[in-house]
Every structure is written in C-alpha cells, then in structure tokens.
Design a protein around this ligand. Sequence first.
Ligand code: SAH
Length: 388
Amino acid sequence: MSESAFAAALEQASSCPQNLSRSRVSALLNPPGPAQERTLWRAAHLRRVATMGKCIHMRAIVEFSNYCRQDCLYCGLRRSNSRIARYRMAPDEIVDAAVEAYSIHPFGTFVLQSGEDPGYGLDDLAVAVRKIAEMTGSAVTLSSGQMSDGDYRVLREAGADRFLLKFETSDGRLFRHLKPTTTLEQRLGCLNSLRKMSYQIGSGIILGLPGQDLDSVAGDLLLCRDGDYEMVSIGPFIPHPDTPLGAGRGVTESSPTGAAASVRSTINAVAVARLLVPYAHMPATTALAVLGREDDSWRESAPSSCLTDARSLALAAGANVLMLDVTPARYREFYTIYPGKSGADGDVISDFVEQAKEDIRALGMTICPGRGDSPKMPWGRGGTGVGR
Ligand code: SAH
C-alpha cells in the first residue's frame, strides 16, 4: 500500500465515508508506517471531537449472570465450559449494585450484561431495569444476547433505552465456525428487531479472531457504517484457556497470550470506525486495557507519555466512552469472558472511578454530563416501537 493511496483513502474517509470502498477500508486498517498511523489516529480524534465533543462518557456495567446457552468458541462463558462456577444475581442485587455505584459516581448509564441465560426470568430482569431507571434517572442499556422480539419489547417497555449486541463478525463462514449454536441471520435479525422497537443500538466486533483477515474486518466496519448504529464497539480477541481457541494457540514472545490483535491494530480499527460512523458512541474496551499490559509497543506511537493504559490511547484516537465494571466483587471473578478481565480495574469502585477520572484529566478531557444518549435522534426509523 503506497503512502499516496493511504492518503487518498484517509481523505475520502474524512470527507465522504458513505462511498468508501471495501478495499480502501482495508488500506486504512493497515497504515504503511508510523507517521500514517499517527495521522489516522489524529483524524479520528478530530472527527470525534467535532461530532461527540471532547468529553468522555463513564458508564457502569453490572454483569448479572454468567450462564449461557450458546457455545461460542472464543468465549469463557460458553455452555461447554464446565470449569467456571456459574452465578445469577437476584434482581435486588442488580439494583443494589447500580444504586451503590451511583452513590459513588452519578453514572448516566447502567449497562446490564449477561450470557444468554434462559433461566433468568424475564419479569425479574424487567423489574431490575425499571427500578434502576426510577431510582437513578439514568439510562439503562441491556446486553443479554439474542432474545425473542416479545422479550425485547417487554424490556423496552420496562424502561430499557439501549441494547448492545455485537454481531462479532460479518463473515458468514467465520460466524458459522465460531458461533455454531446460532446464525448470523438470527443475530442480525435481533438487531433489526431492536431497531424497530426504537432501542438505541450498539453493535460491533471482536478483532483478531483466528481466520479473520483485513478484508473481513473491512466488511465488518462497513456493516457498522450501514447499520448506522448508535454505539460501535471493537474489542481485541483474548484467548481463553478453557475454550477451543485458547489451548495451545500460537503463543509467541510478542504475544504471550496468543492473541492475534495488537493494541495498535485495535486502535487503527477504532479510528477507522470513527471515520465511518462519526456519530457513534465508541468505548475504549477493557479487553484493550488487558492486551495493553502485555503488548506495550503502542507506547512508542502514543501522542503523549501521560497515557497510563492502552484505553487512554483509544480515547485519543476516536473512542469516547469508558465502561467501568461495578459488578459486586464476589461475582466479578466468575464473569470470565476472557482471562484478566475481572482484575482489570481492581475491586474497589471508588478507587477505579478515581483512577478513571485521573486518566481522563491526563488526556486533557472532562467527563460528559448527563445520560449520554446518541446525538443522532430520532433513534428508531421503523416507527413501530414504544413511544418515548
Ligand atoms: N450474551 C451477550 C453478551 C456477551 S459477552 C451477547 O451475546 O451479546 C460481551 C462481549 O464479550 C461479546 O459480545 C464479545 O464481543 C466479547 N467477548 C467474548 N469472548 C471474548 C474473548 N475471548 N476476547 C475478547 N472479547 C470477547
């Protein structure tokens, strides 16, 4: 890829991303040198400041159940993993966790995430959503996987504002292999249903999955653009030892966990996504922080030496959201989607909230006030949803 071709692709991505071709997106994902990489990050940052402002949204996440009926090859919660202790928080425990976190910091959004747990009563979840919305006045985001339209509707009516459901990969062959217990059509169908119900939708991908190449990621990012999601999340794949993709994978010196995504390739993907979906909220993921502890080559390219972890770099290259895990410590260690996750931020909420604030200050940024709804209203385009 020549420098001039990269510059032309970047110019087009910044001015009219809706016409960007798949090959140009691939080109952007692989800058020819460190100077072009920094130019890409800078362009994404400027775009983010123009569309979303310079502040960072802090969201709190409660991981309320680690039971899962799916059997995804990459995920530690997969149903075939008999080595994890399963837990399910009672609705009151979920509410208490959110209210306690709110007393420490007035989070504008609470995210309730779980495996796909058919044993979690719909009414119980609806009660937790309603109580959190009422008691905090904050937005409630769900991330509980593929459910029926009826279930999504009940939860929307209970007060859920948003839903996170990453399609993970848009590559049909890869999806079939990695998610054998569902289909890409079903997952995209869920996103479609959520859209019709006027949820603000978050979707996205795992980067660095075995068998995934740049062209495949380019297709993913174009789907994020064309889905016009309100939130886009790109997290690096971290192999889990108790999954088929974890055992004995190519562990090398440069990649002690065998992960194929690097911090820099993840930041590049975040930056390109920002240009393609300029009005999306985009998190700097915990998985990126975990990866950044072993792969610190990103420090050489960082625009400032004040950055404490790889998440901060993402926040300076297009991302604008930090998610803090406020799951009670007694459960957190069992929500092992990938290793290293539960200990990523420490146990004491007030400590990691302070750390996050410090990181944000070090970036010369502030915390955004309010719920952090999507700036691109109205959200639903179907008109068949629940009235707002
Ligand atoms: N059941 C919900 C939530 C899944 S867990 C759902 O189906 O959407 C949340 C996210 O963790 C997933 O969407 C996936 O992108 C990510 N994830 C799972 N395993 C991972 C791994 N090994 N490395 C990095 N991210 C992973």
